[in-house]
Design a binder for this molecule. Structure first.
Ligand code: TMP
Ligand code: MG
Length: 211
């Protein structure tokens, strides 16, 4: 820490496709801002950078990439944001992150021939979250939500394997929320959890993931 001022919290929102992560992440940031807190939204993949554009094209199936190569591209897309993530946290800004390395590992290790340990390597050392909020929804329900099925990985079988992998990555700072609840009910729980963690982080140093 550069100062003894309270830092922001690193809050990760994870879950399978169509579990409401993006809607909830935006609502959470808006609610924190409305309360006068400093908060920003971060989204992975960040499809706006040169590295993120490769990931975006891969997901939209306009670009084919070897499976290890695309895994490393998703990781590189997180590493390129690490300096700005750390800087913002140290400046007291809470970050709400829509997907992180857990998605990276859960999705790649759903492919044949990939083990979880190999998949974790390339994200080892990025900032560790203070809290992971994991949204769960039976895959069959997620599949029937809007816009499902247009991008790569949006098949029921693949999603089922990814969800099983997320469950292998859970540690004690994960909280699971039932994504079939109303948008407002989920929001309220996320806001309460986040507010509590923001009070706890204080000047605690930012740890490194999987180290
Ligand atoms: P999105 O729909 O939240 O933008 O996520 C895009 C897709 O990319 C989603 O199917 C999950 C997948 N993904 C990975 O395979 N690896 C990663 O590291 C990330 C962040 C997402
Ligand atoms: Mg998607």
């Amino acid at each position: 820490m550069a100062t003894d001022r309270n830092r922001g919290a690193l809050i990760i929102i994870e879950g399978g496709d169509r579990t409401g992560k993006s809607t909830q992440s935006k609502m959470l940031v808006d609610a924190l801002l409305a309360d006068g807190k400093q908060a920003e939204l971060v989204k992975f993949p960040d499809r706006t950078t040169p590295i993120g554009k490769l990931a975006g094209s891969y997901l939209q199936k306009t670009l084919d990439l070897e499976d290890h190569a695309i895994h490393l591209i998703f990781s590189a897309n997180r590493w390129e944001k690490v300096p700005s993530i750390i800087e913002r946290l140290e400046n007291g800004i809470t970050l709400v992150v829509d997907r992180y390395a857990f998605s990276g590992v859960a999705y790649t290790s759903a492919k044949r021939g990939f083990d979880i340990e190999w998949c974790k390597q390339s994200d080892t050392g990025i900032p560790a979250p203070d809290l992971v909020i994991y949204l769960t929804l039976p895959v069959d329900q997620a599949t029937s939500r809007d816009q499902y099925g247009t991008e790569r990985y949006e098949s029921t079988q693949f999603q089922k394997r990814a969800v099983e992998n997320f469950e292998k990555l859970m540690t004690k700072n994960w909280t699971t929320l039932d994504a079939s609840q109303s948008i407002d009910a989920i929001h309220q729980q996320m806001k309460d959890l986040t507010t509590e963690i923001m009070q706890q982080v204080g000047t605690r140093s930012i740890e490194k993931l999987w180290v």
